[in-house]
Structures are given as structure tokens and as C-alpha cells.
Design a protein around this ligand. Structure first.
Ligand code: BG6
Length: 481
């Protein structure tokens, strides 16, 4: 397997901590999590102390066969107060971080925006305002030129999810609920921001590759033979997935997608119409893009929606708590034949195959694909057991590896896989309860401990094919655990 690389992923706000260090400015989450007690649940400090202790995690990455490492630069560290005043201390710290990786032969893949707009940018309207895109371009250009050691760049993480948190689920300022008009405006502006960033990257002739991590969770019909379920699935996919994946991969919007989107939006008093001038930029970006990223965790099974809105997020890991009903769109349904995580996410590796085929066949996009996130969140507690044997996580990753290997064998160009996450980190809506890492973090002492999955991963990194298996019994015997 020549080009394929195995890696792990992180995001600045979720792992760095040090909210007050080196002149960092606030980002959108600071006040939401620290001050607003009606919403505040978790303190994002100290997270995993990565801003200072990155050496520890990079050393582990090297020891456990990690070749590529996804991380993000916090915009509010580099430009803490406005769009033009650079904070040199943070710039130096990121250089040190990247150097530590590169010296060990680990390739960084750096995201410019991972859900963390600076507070000053939020006060100007964030990406809801098209004029603000220029501020992001200043940041992007600065990073491209300053951090010339980086050869893989990602523009904006999960454009749809960030737009949804602000305008549909009311999790972030301006706390809009079910405002599909605003959702579409912001998502469209972020697609445009992505496009302009990619075009700028190429105009500046930056040495390296640029891509975008897209959160694509298919909305599959509960019953494929039920026309109501199929219609709910088509509408939900058009609104939640194709509305941003299609312009990113094809450079435009098909009539089919626009028709489906607007059949829903008219009920929310909004009609979505992309503008000619923007489409030129978006079209050019699709040609300039080097790779497409897929963040895939689960598939949602849907059926016909009821009239009343219901959006209950399971943020505790108590199974069965989540409920979603979005009028005119979809209602979630449970497939009794599938396994679900504690957070009610259906474990459905085939869904990753469906997403890859959407990109390569439905949208006829032949760019290389990076799986920029995939992973298994669990409740884990080392005060109860001295060694975390995370069999469910291992099974989850292996099942997804099997799908990826099959896709590669079929000729799909999948080049990188990033497990979410490298070590345990802070989770936006679940605090420190939901752990994803190969390495357990004791958030009191900041010590790292290998989970069984870390040892398993090391064995995987030595294999030629992703669908080869590791004998766990043998491995445990060898480890004496
Ligand atoms: C992705 C995000 O959507 O999912 C990550 O890019 C996030 O930042 C991950 O942490 C897992 O989500 P959660 O809610 O389980 O932490």
C-alpha cells in the first residue's frame, strides 16, 4: 500500500488548554462554556494540555506507528484582537509544535478553522456575514506564508456542523433554533470562504496540498421500500450533506439538489439561490482542490417527519436519550438489527462506503480522499481498571478498515486515514466523559496511558493490508495484560 497513510486527529480548542497563555484571544466557545451558566456544563481548561505538552503526544505518535497527524491552528491565538494584529508568541509555539513532528518524521495536516472563530470575529457576525470572509483570508494567507514547513492544509472543518450549531440546534451564538434561512446563508458563506482559500493557496503557489474535512453522515431511509422514508432521506441528504459536498466536489449545485433543498426551505420562508459571481469562485476551487476529507462516524436512519420540532442531544452517554424530529425533513428511527454507541450513534461501516461512492460516482469527483475523522467515543475510567481494554473501539476501527480496504481494492483513491482522536480530549457537548483516544488522559495529572487499542494500532501499522486482522488474545498475552 504505497500512498496510504495512517494517522490520528486532534483540534486546537479540544486539546490545547492554556486559554490564558501567550496572549491568546477568546474564541466563540470561551464565554459559552465558561460564563453563560444556562449553557455552561464543562470547563475546557485544561483539556489535554497539548499547547505545552505536545512533545509527549508526538513521542507516542512516533512510538505507535502514526505517520500523519491532524491538528488545527487556533485563529484566536494568532490574531487575538482583530484581523491584522499578529501575536508572535503563538506563532513561535506553533513552529515548535510542527518542528517536533517533522523531526520525528510525522507529517502534520493543519486545519485553519475547527469550530473556533475568534470572539472579535463572532461579534462582527462570524460567517453569517459574507463581508467577513476577507478576515479569514488574511489569516489563511498569513499561515500559508509563515508556516511553510506544512505540506498538508485543511480549510474549514465540518462547514455544515458549525453552521448547524449556530442556526439550528442553538448551541452557539447567535443561538438560532431551526433557522434554516440563516443556516443556509452561513453554510454558503463558508463554502465560499473555503473556495476563496483554496484559490488563494494556488494563486500564492504554496508548496503543498489543500483539502477540506467534510462531515458526511448519510441519512438513509429506514425502509427502502417505503416512499415516505425515501423522500425523507432524499430531502435530509440534500439539506444536510449534498448542499455543501456537491459545490465543494463539483463546483456547483445540480438542479436536483436545489429542487430538494427548496422544497424544504419554502416551509421555512427561504429560497436558496447561489449567485453567479460566487459560483465562478466555487467552480475554480473544485478544480484547484487537492483532496476531499470525509469525517464519518455513523449513519442516521430516517422516516417521515412529524409536525413538532424535537431536538434532544444525548450528551451524557445514557443510551436512548437522543431524539430528532425536524418538520418537513426527517425523524430519526432506530434499526433494531444494528448496534448503537452509548450516544445513540448507529454503528454502520457500510455508510462510509456510501459516502465515498457519493463523491466518486454521484458527484463524479476523482480527487484523492482522506478519511479525516472516524472513531469510537466511549465511557472509560482508569480509576476503576488499571488498563483500558477498548475492544469495542478496536472492532469499530477494524470494521471501518475492512470497508476502506475494499474501496481501495475497487480503485477508490483513499490516501490518508485519521482516527479521532489521538489522545482523549475535551468534547464540545460531552465534556470529558466521552473518550476517543488511543491514549487515555488523566485530566488531573495530564499523564498518558496506552489503551489496548494503541498496542493494536501499532500492530496494524506493520501490516500491508487494512483488512488483515490482529489476534487480540495473542497480543494481550505478549503484553502480559
Ligand atoms: C466531529 C468534530 O464532528 O466530531 C470533532 O470535528 C468532534 O471536533 C467529533 O469532537 C466527535 O464529536 P463528539 O461530540 O462526540 O465529541
Amino acid at each position: 500500500m504505497q500512498k496510504f497513510k495512517l494517522g490520528t486527529a486532534t483540534a486546537a480548542f479540544q486539546c490545547e488548554g492554556h486559554l490564558e497563555t501567550d496572549g491568546r484571544g477568546k474564541c466563540i466557545w470561551d464565554d459559552v462554556l465558561l460564563n453563560d451558566k444556562s449553557i455552561a456544563k464543562y470547563n475546557p481548561e485544561p483539556a489535554s494540555d497539548f499547547y505545552k505538552s505536545f512533545d509527549v503526544d508526538i513521542k507516542l505518535a512516533k512510538e505507535y506507528g502514526i505517520e500523519v497527524f491532524r491538528l488545527s491552528i487556533a485563529w484566536s491565538r494568532i490574531f487575538p484582537t482583530d484581523a491584522s494584529t499578529v501575536n508572535k508568541k503563538a506563532v513561535e509555539q506553533y513552529h515548535k509544535m510542527f518542528k517536533a513532528m517533522i523531526e520525528k518524521g510525522i507529517i502534520p495536516n493543519v486545519t485553519l478553522h475547527h469550530f473556533d472563530s475568534p470572539q472579535w470575529f463572532v461579534e462582527k457576525g462570524d460567517f453569517l456575514s459574507k463581508e467577513n470572509i476577507d478576515d479569514f483570508l488574511v489569516f489563511a494567507e498569513f499561515c500559508f506564508k509563515e508556516f511553510s514547513e506544512i505540506k498538508y492544509w485543511s480549510t474549514l472543518n465540518e462547514i455544515n456542523a458549525y453552521s448547524g450549531q449556530k442556526n439550528i440546534s442553538a448551541a452557539l451564538p447567535p443561538y438560532f433554533r431551526l433557522e434554516y434561512g440563516h443556516f443556509f446563508k452561513q453554510q454558503y458563506n463558508m463554502v465560499l470562504a473555503h473556495a476563496k482559500t483554496v484559490n488563494l493557496f494556488k494563486k500564492l503557489k504554496i508548496d503543498g496540498e489543500i483539502g477540506v474535512p467534510c462531515s458526511v453522515s448519510p441519512m438513509a431511509p429506514l425502509d427502502e421500500n417505503n416512499p415516505d422514508d425515501v423522500l425523507a432521506s432524499d430531502r435530509a441528504n440534500a439539506v444536510s450533506n449534498w448542499s455543501f459536498v456537491e459545490p465543494i466536489t463539483t463546483g456547483g449545485y445540480s438542479q436536483e439538489t436545489l429542487k430538494l433543498i427548496n422544497s424544504v426551505l419554502k416551509n421555512y420562508d427561504f429560497i436558496f439561490e447561489p449567485q453567479e459571481k460566487d459560483l465562478k469562485e466555487i467552480h475554480q476551487a473544485a478544480k484547484n482542490l487537492d483532496w476531499v476529507g470525509i469525517n464519518y462516524y455513523f449513519t442516521t436512519f430516517v422516516t417521515k417527519a412529524d409536525a413538532d420540532f424535537d431536538f434532544t442531544i444525548n450528551s451524557t452517554g445514557e443510551k436512548g436519550k437522543s431524539k430528532f424530529n425536524v418538520p418537513w425533513l426527517w425523524k430519526t428511527a432506530i434499526r433494531p438489527d444494528l448496534k448503537y454507541t452509548h450516544w445513540d450513534w448507529a454503528i454502520y461501516p457500510e455508510g462510509l462506503g456510501h459516502v465515498v461512492k457519493w463523491i466518486s460516482e454521484k458527484f463524479n469527483c476523482k480527487l484523492p480522499i482522506h478519511i479525516t475523522e472516524n472513531g469510537y467515543g466511549d465511557l472509560e475510567d482508569m480509576t476503576k481498571t488499571p488498563f483500558i481494554k477498548d475492544y469495542d473501539r478496536i472492532q469499530y476501527i477494524q470494521d471501518h478498515f475492512d470497508v476502506i480496504q475494499k474501496l481501495i481494492d475497487e480503485g477508490e483513491k483513499i490516501e490518508h486515514y485519521y482516527l479521532w482522536s489521538h489522545m482523549d480530549m475535551f468534547s464540545w457537548t460531552n465534556g470529558y466523559n466521552k473518550r476517543y483516544g488511543l491514549f487515555y488522559v488523566d485530566f488531573e495529572t495530564q499523564k498518558r496511558y496506552e489503551k489496548l487499542s494503541a498496542y493494536w494500532w501499532l500492530e496494524k501499522s506493520k501490516q500491508d493490508r487494512l483488512d488483515e486482522k490482529v489476534d487480540l488474545k495473542e497480543l494481550e498475552k505478549k503484553l502480559g495484560k
